[in-house]
Design a protein. Structure first.
Length: 610
């Protein structure tokens, strides 16, 4: 099995298993691998498996794709170790069994020829830039700000694509052979240990995970730990909000060695092989392969480089890391005394013509011995993506959907695109905004004494999680109102009129009355089962209703609702259309059903167009 190594110009690497027949690479969302620098085209290149070989194909990118320094056109075969250059990124293929890449990609490349860029780039219609989107051929050296940004976001790997097709056999592991995860921080979780007794374990904040760590910085399912067929253990980020690091480096996924430190959100864990002991709660330094710390080796190298007093100075900075403390200085060390209760007033400084005017001229107090602060203080650092996501989650839980949307909008990149995690969360917020509107309509209908107008909005918002309590309260009010109306109708019914009919007419009338009674009972029973979320039982009753009385609009309606709740949306839509054909124009549920069908048709056209 092959894996793809991706390295940016800061030396940060991401390793992706090559388990699909095709991997697309580009700057826009939707690619299997998304590289975010401006000199990467929206759809730049792709890697394809053909007849047991891997070929790379440039997709008409502006800056081109190079193999070992040579710009390619069309498809070109790849060999293990070939260097692929896309913008500021270097990529290489490596066999699964080969040694892990621990340094830069070292394939030797000929010196790049200076190539004149065309004055008018020939771009395909899909490659045209939107106004203000930046130049894809920008090769200027990155500023410190852009380097810091790239250090936090080298590449975005669609793990749902990469990992979806990878076959793994789920097996139990004997406890004596099982590695462990030991929690180092935070304090409230410190010391907890989890034995990795299966070949795949999900880690997250909620109880449905194999390993539950109840900490707010973790996503519901944050990562998973897997053992490959080769026996190596790998940790994979599951598109979490706060990301994952291994030994201080951000990864989409990484192979683990005994002693490695895995940080999920703000929770640090040490991975320990079977039989290995932890190094103590006060140490979270990463270990090299085999579990041995690299710090003594680093100390030795710096000692050789610095020599003499430089060694003593450096060693003095390493207290707490197991290094030797130098001999104390011969000079006595001054001990700072606590300040007196009534310190003497500072001496009056003579005015300095070169300094900014003091209190005497401006009324602004001047502290002796200090410089006047600059008139334009540095701007505070901008919030990170993780901070925006945390603010959005907090606002969402508080049911402040406007604030949640505003926080998510702050995560858009220069091209106006949302990161995948933010887009997914925004879809949830948008859905709950629609629910909020439905519940408002239902409440207004109930308050105005028109309970029939609340039926469709409550049905449309039944899947809400954010407003579940409010939905349940309004549903109870609706049922009570409908019962009052039904009781009033029953009490106001006039006595039946005695009509002389023949025996044949009487038998037909009796049969019709029995059918109508059964239909009404089935409709009521199906609605009740839907309200308590027993959708399969509701479907069985609704099918009997529609089979016995196919022209009854209410039978078609409950049948459509039951199928929709069972995720048989297309079938449900058919019964909604039958309901609209059979129901009278003034039916109270008609508008709500029509709105649902319009939304369904719009989403269907959008999916077909995409």
């Amino acid at each position: 099995m092959l894996k793809l190594i991706i390295e940016d110009d800061e030396g940060r690497k991401t390793v992706v298993p090559f388990v699909r027949d095709e991997i697309t690479i580009g700057r826009q969302e939707g690619n299997t691998i998304r590289l975010t620098e401006r000199n990467v085209s929206r759809r730049h290149a792709r890697l394809v498996r053909l007849n047991g070989h891997v070929v790379v194909e440039d997709l008409g990118s502006y800056n081109g794709t190079r193999i070992n320094g040579e710009r390619i056109a069309g498809q070109s075969p790849l060999s293990e170790g070939d260097l692929i250059q896309i913008g500021d990124y270097d990529l290489a293929l490596q066999a699964e069994g080969a040694a892990n890449a621990v340094g830069p990609i070292t394939t030797k490349v000929p010196t790049r020829r200076q190539e004149a860029e065309p004055e008018e780039p020939d771009r395909s219609e899909s490659e045209e830039e939107a106004p203000g989107d930046g130049d894809e051929h920008d090769h200027t050296p990155p500023s410190q700000a852009s380097a810091d940004k790239r250090r936090n976001s080298t590449s975005i790997i669609r793990l749902d694509h990469v990992e979806a097709d990878r076959p793994r056999k789920l097996e139990d592991i004997d406890s004596k052979d099982a590695p462990r995860l030991m929690v180092l921080t935070p304090d409230e979780l410190r010391g907890q240990e989890f034995a990795c007794i299966r070949t795949e374990l999900r880690i997250g904040r909620t109880d449905d995970n194999d390993i539950t760590l109840d900490h707010r910085s973790l996503s519901r399912t944050h990562a998973k730990l897997v053992r490959e067929a080769t026996g190596e253990w790998r940790v994979i980020d599951m598109q979490s909000a706060n990301g994952m690091t291994v030994n201080g480096e951000s990864y989409a996924q990484a192979t683990l060695n005994s002693g490695d430190i895995v940080e999920l959100g703000h929770v640090k864990l040490r991975f320990l092989a079977a039989g290995d002991a932890g190094d103590g709660d006060d140490s979270d330094a990463p270990a090299s392969e085999g579990g041995m710390s690299k710090m003594p080796l680093v100390a030795g190298l710096i000692a050789l480089l610095l020599g003499g007093g430089g060694v003593a100075f450096w060693m003095s900075k390493q207290q707490g890391l197991g290094t030797v403390t130098p001999n104390p200085p011969t000079e006595p060390v001054a001990i700072q005394q606590p300040p007196p209760e009534n310190p003497p007033a500072p001496p009056v400084q003579p005015p300095d013509e070169n300094k900014v005017p003091t209190t005497a001229q401006t009324g602004t107090p001047e502290v002796p011995g200090t410089e006047t602060p600059p008139s334009n203080p540095p701007e505070p650092p901008k919030p990170t993506f993780e901070q925006h996501m945390a603010a959005a989650e907090a606002a969402f839980k508080a049911q402040d959907l406007n604030a949640a949307t505003a926080a998510l909008e702050q995560t858009r990149d220069a091209a106006g695109n949302l990161p995948p995690k933010a887009q997914k969360f925004l879809d949830i917020v948008t859905a709950e905004e629609a629910v909020e509107g439905h519940l408002k309509v239902a409440k207004e209908a109930l308050d105005s004494g028109k309970p029939e107008g609340a039926v469709a909005p409550l049905e449309a918002s039944a899947k809400t999680k954010l407003y579940a309590e409010r939905h349940a309260s309004l549903t109870r009010q609706l049922n009570a109102k409908l019962k009052e109306i039904e009781d009033a109708k029953t009490a106001a019914k006039p006595p039946p009129e005695v009509v002389q009919t023949s025996a044949k007419e009487a038998a037909a009338a009796a049969a019709a009355a029995e059918l109508d009674s059964q239909t009404t009972e089935r409709i009521i029973e199906a609605r009740g089962l839907i309200k308590i979320q027993k959708y399969q039982e509701a479907l069985a009753v609704a099918e009997k209703c529609a089979s016995a009385d196919p022209k009854n609009a209410e039978c078609q309606l409950v049948l459509g609702v039951a199928k929709a709740r069972l995720d048989r949306v297309d079938e449900g839509a058919k019964h909604y259309r039958k309901f609209l054909n059979l129901a009278p124009p003034d039916h109270p549920s008609r508008k709500g059903v029509q709105d649902l069908l319009d939304q369904y048709e719009g989403a269907k056209r959008k999916n077909q167009g995409g």
